[in-house]
Design a protein around this ligand. Structure first.
Ligand code: ZN
Length: 502
């Protein structure tokens, strides 16, 4: 059995090597590659994707997993070996349904679509990407069809990212959350708008980058195993547990963009950096789900990075970095500025309170595209309508409408956006547990110390990689199922104080 387990590991590590090489090509595509490289790059990533897929669905892996079943059953459920076999079997069963030629075609298509989007968005030209997006929808539906027996066609796509969840589960949680959020947004936006102009002055790029790096170094992001580069749409990527990179973009007329995206991506990266090194190269060496991953980025970005206590420590340093811009701006004014709640057009710029409404719009539109009740042709208009209804704002163009997010132009339609809001909910839930275990965390944050929080997260969440499902992890960490109350309580306390709500 030991020999079979070793053979399984060797095969899985080879697959991971191919995927990591493809991830490096993709990282390069989004950072340094000249546009002329796009076509060949698409082909190269498709080749690697196809090879990895072929190796993963090799019947020899299925045979090994079958042979190892009794060994797995003899081990405790949460032992490393049993977990490796269990999670590998899930990965195998998900992959075996998808033909390698489909993976190659879709990957190739995605690379072309992404490149077209990087040109279409600045040109405000939805028609340039429309035929590609129509094909993406076909591919996404086809991918779901490889997993028949669903209730909603989005179910298989959601299951890939947030294993164990269905469209109906997500819709039910989103409805509860929406019912709580809408009155808070209403109460806040009926007040005088906050003055956040202090953030919109000239802030030189290099100084912004330096300050962001200083913050995440204090968080515990390990620069021996990471680096930061510039891109269009910030992301984290991993080539091994020893090389976990983040990207950001800087706007010199907006201090918040790079700073908070840096904190966000560092949260994703620290999660991966905290995974048990023994899992290297196996399916256990990743986050549990997109929701749990996002809970870690949002925790460091928002719950920590936009808290009053955090800035009591860091604001004097920020003022010293930017004396002409912030020298005469009080901590109170700055704290209110970085937590301004307003009805806005851009998801990535949205505040903590309205952010989830942006996500729900995308989630609902995806559901409609997938079930055929909305066509790509009508998507830009549907987008504008939803923004008018839900957020009371109208985008002047598609650039800030349907073209604003990269996701539909580089991945599947469906299965991606729900993770953001599930992540927000889980961030509040997990943070409540961390505080229960270590009430001193709040005071440490006031002093720019993050070790207790980081260690708690590493012990309770990071080290396990994807050993547990979201539901299992949440039960272990919080003693109960996924629930919205702690997150809602967090929002009500923070914004109730900021906006003097009852
Ligand atoms: Zn994220």
């Amino acid at each position: 059995m030991e020999k079979k387990l070793q053979e399984l590991k060797t095969r899985l590590i080879e697959i991971d090597d191919l995927n990591s090489a493809a991830a490096l090509l993709s990282w390069d595509q989004s950072t340094y590659m000249p546009p002329g490289g796009a076509e060949a790059r698409g082909r190269q990533m498709a080749t690697l994707g196809k090879l990895a897929q072929e190796k993963l669905v090799d019947p020899a892996i299925g045979k090994l997993l079958d042979d190892l079943r009794s060994f797995e059953d003899s081990l405790p459920y949460d032992s490393d070996d049993a977990s490796l076999i269990r999670v590998s079997r899930r990965t195998f069963e998900q992959a075996v349904n998808i033909p390698p030629s489909f993976v190659a075609d879709f990957t190739n298509h995605n690379a072309l679509s992404y490149q077209a989007w990087t040109e279409a968005r600045p040109a405000n030209d939805f028609n340039k990407v429309r035929p590609l997006l129509e094909k993406t929808l076909d591919y996404s539906r086809q991918k779901a069809e490889y997993f028949p027996g669903y209730s909603h066609i989005a179910d298989p796509l959601i299951n890939f990212a947030d294993y164990g969840m269905k469209a109906s589960d997500v819709s039910a949680i989103f409805k509860q959350l929406r019912d709580q959020l809408v009155p808070i947004v209403k109460a806040i936006t009926s007040q005088q708008p906050t003055d956040d102009s202090c953030l919109r002055q000239f802030y030189p790029q290099q100084q912004q980058l330096d300050f962001g790096l200083r913050v995440i170094k204090k968080y515990g992001y390990d620069f021996n195993r990471g680096r930061q580069d510039l891109t269009h749409h910030p992301f984290m990527t991993k080539f091994s547990l020893g090389d976990i990179r983040i990207t950001t973009r800087v706007r010199e007329d907006d201090l918040g963009d790079a700073l908070f995206s840096t904190m966000h991506e560092s949260g994703h990266a620290m999660y991966e950096m905290g995974i048990n090194q023994a899992y290297e190269g196996t399916p256990l060496a990743g986050g549990t789900s997109s929701g749990v991953h996002e809970s870690q980025s949002r925790l460091w970005e928002n719950i920590v990075g936009r808290s009053r206590g955090f800035w009591e420590h860091f604001y004097p340093q920020l003022q010293a970095e930017f004396p002409t811009q912030l020298g005469n701006v009080s901590l109170d004014t700055f704290y209110r500025a970085i937590n301004t709640v307003k009805r806005s057009l851009i998801r990535t710029d949205a505040d903590e309170v309205t952010y989830n409404l942006h996500v729900m719009i995308r989630f609902d539109l995806e559901m409609q595209l997938l079930d055929g009740s909305l066509s790509i042709r009508d998507l830009p208009e549907a987008w504008h309508e939803r923004y008018e209804n839900d957020l009371g704002v109208t985008a002047p163009s598609d650039q800030d409408g349907v073209l604003q997010d990269v996701h539909w132009y580089a991945f599947t339609i469906g299965g991606v956006f729900q993770g953001y809001t599930l992540g927000n909910i889980l961030s509040g839930l997990y943070y409540q547990s961390a505080l229960k275990a270590h009430p001193e965390i709040t005071d440490e944050i006031n002093h720019g110390q993050f070790d207790t929080l980081h260690n708690w997260l590493r012990t309770n969440i990071y080290q396990h990689g994807s050993k547990y499902t979201t539901a299992e992890l949440t039960e272990r960490v919080t003693g109960g199922p996924l629930r919205i109350e702690p997150y809602i309580q967090y929002l009500k306390t923070k914004y109730g104080e900021l906006y003097k709500l009852d």
